[in-house]
Design a protein around this ligand. Structure first.
Ligand SMILES: NC(=O)C1=CN([C@@H]2O[C@H](COP(=O)(O)OP(=O)(O)OC[C@H]3O[C@@H](n4cnc5c(N)ncnc54)[C@H](O)[C@@H]3O)[C@@H](O)[C@H]2O)C=CC1
Ligand SMILES: O=C(O)[C@@H]1CCC=N1
Length: 274
C-alpha cells in the first residue's frame, strides 16, 4: 500500500494494535507518528516499532496526510477542537476508530467539509487477523476510501457498510467481539479446573481448542453449525454440554449482549453529539 504520512492521535490500545500490525506488514515506520499526552508511554511505542512520537497533536496534524483519531469517544470532541484549525488548513483524511461518534458529528467538531472514514477495528489487528467495518462520508474521495480500506486490510479483513447505523452492529459483533471470546476462554479454563485439571493443563487445552475451532471455522468449506454437529455424537458427551448451554439460553443471551452493545453505540452517539 502507499505509505502516506500517517498519524495516530491518542495512540492507546487500539491504535497500538494497528501500528504493530502495519509495521509487521512492512509499512515504513518513519512515515508513522503516534501522539499521546505523556511522552513516557510513547517511548515504548518508539522502542517497539521505531515510529516517530510526539505530544503535539497540532504540529503532527499539520505534517501528516492521514490522521487516525484514536481517543475514547468521551475525549473526541476535545481532540477535534484542538486540531480543527489545522485540519481546515491542511485538509487531511480523518479516520476515526471511535465507537458511536457519527461522521457528521466529527465533521462539525472539525469545522466542516472534512473527508472522514469511520472504522471499527479490533485488537487482533496487532497479529494481522483483525476484522474492521468501514463507513465513509460523502466528502471522502475514492483514493481516500481506498487508503483506509488498504490500511485495515493490511492488518486483517475489512468490510464496508452502506448505512452508518450499521456501524453500531459492527461494533457490537467484531469491535467488542474479541472480549466475548476471551470471556468464553476464561470460563472454559475455570470449568476445566473445577473438573479436576491443573491450571496450566486447563489453560493449554482451552487455548489450543479455541485456536483449533477458529481455524477450522475459517478454513473449512462447511459452516460452524455443521462443524458443531460433527463433534456432537448422539448420546455422547458434547450433547450433554450443548443441552446445558441451550437450557441456559445461550443463543438468546448472545442476542441480548450484542443488542446491548449496539444500543450503547447509539447512546454514545446521542450523548456526545453536542
Ligand atoms: N480497545 C478496543 O478493543 C477497541 C477500541 N476502539 C475505539 O478505540 C478508541 C480508543 O480505545 P482504546 O485504544 O482502548 O483507548 P486507550 O485509552 O487505550 O487509548 C486512547 C489514548 O488516547 C490518549 N489521549 C486522550 N486524549 C488525548 C489527546 N487529546 N491527545 C493525545 N492523546 C490523548 C489517552 O491517554 C490514551 O492513551 C475508542 O474510541 C474506542 O471506541 C475500537 C475498536 C476496538
Ligand atoms: O468497549 C468499547 O467501547 C470499545 C469499542 C469496541 C471495543 N472496545
Amino acid at each position: 500500500m502507499q505509505n502516506l504520512k500517517l498519524a495516530f492521535l491518542g495512540a492507546g490500545n487500539m491504535s497500538g494494535s494497528i501500528i504493530g500490525g502495519l509495521i509487521a506488514t512492512g509499512y515504513a515506520p518513519e512515515q508513522i507518528t503516534a501522539t499521546r499526552r505523556s511522552e513516557e508511554r510513547l517511548q515504548s511505542l518508539k522502542a517497539q516499532y521505531a515510529v516517530n512520537i510526539s505530544t503535539d497533536n497540532c504540529a503532527t496534524a499539520a505534517s501528516h496526510q492521514v490522521l487516525v483519531l484514536g481517543v475514547k469517544p468521551q475525549m473526541m470532541k476535545a481532540l477535534c477542537e484542538e486540531i480543527r484549525d489545522t485540519v481546515q488548513i491542511h485538509k487531511p483524511l480523518i479516520i476515526s476508530v471511535a465507537a458511536g461518534i457519527r461522521a457528521e458529528t466529527l465533521d462539525r467538531w472539525l469545522g466542516g467539509n472534512v473527508a472522514i472514514v469511520r472504522t471499527m477495528p479490533n485488537t487482533p489487528s496487532l497479529l494481522g487477523v483483525g476484522a474492521a467495518g468501514l463507513y465513509a462520508n460523502a466528502i471522502a474521495s475514492e483514493a481516500e476510501k481506498q487508503f483506509a480500506d488498504q490500511m485495515m486490510q493490511a492488518v486483517g479483513i475489512s468490510v464496508w457498510v452502506n448505512a452508518e447505523a450499521e456501524m453500531d452492529a459492527v461494533t457490537a459483533v467484531s469491535g467488542s467481539g474479541p472480549a466475548y471470546f476471551f470471556l468464553a476462554m476464561e470460563a472454559l479454563q475455570k470449568a476445566g479446573q473445577e473438573a479436576g485439571l491443573s491450571e496450566e493443563v486447563a489453560r493449554q487445552l482451552t487455548l489450543q481448542t479455541a485456536l483449533g475451532a477458529a481455524r477450522m471455522a475459517v478454513e473449512s468449506d462447511v459452516d460452524a453449525a455443521e462443524l458443531r454437529r460433527r463433534v456432537t455424537s448422539p448420546g455422547g458427551t458434547t450433547e450433554q454440554a450443548l443441552n446445558t448451554f441451550n437450557a441456559g439460553g445461550l443463543t438468546e443471551l448472545y442476542a441480548k449482549a450484542v443488542a446491548a452493545a449496539a444500543h450503547r453505540g447509539k447512546e454514545l452517539a446521542e450523548l456526545l453529539d453536542q
